[in-house]
Design a protein around this ligand. Sequence first.
Ligand code: NI
Length: 173
Amino acid sequence: MTLRPILIHPDPRLKTVCKPVTDITDDIRRLADDMLATMYDAPGIGLAAPQVGVLGRMLVMDCVKGEDEAPKPMVLINPEVIWSSDERSTYNEGCLSIPEQYGDVERPASVRVRWTGIDDKDHEDQFDDLWATCVQHEIDHLDGKLFIDYLSAMKRQMITRKMQKLKREQARG
Ligand code: NI
């Protein structure tokens, strides 16, 4: 298991529509393990493959909050939203590719999602509350969309400039 570097916005790989994963290979299983380890280490509640530079439709998530609750690592391959509630909810979202920046995003409060598991089987489930927000945020990543794309142009530009500055500082070391 290897921690993989997380790409920071702006990066063209974060704006790319990712390709379906066609086979659950050893590489894909290794990627899933690495992505979960990278997400927990960050720490974060979700991570999409393009955030570690792999342009395939795959994401990991675990939105369990309580310290005393058992973790629930999930790997979703080729996920598709097949139903969205009319009811909407707003969360103050963040993103591991946009560190320490947050913004309110309104999305459907519940969604049903169909995906292939790391077991190569078809799965379908309903996601609510934070899980619904997280799975929609991560699926957006697979379509090259970031949470800041829902914010005003002014807020988005302000955040993007901060990230450009952060990347220049990181490059200087
Ligand atoms: Ni994100």
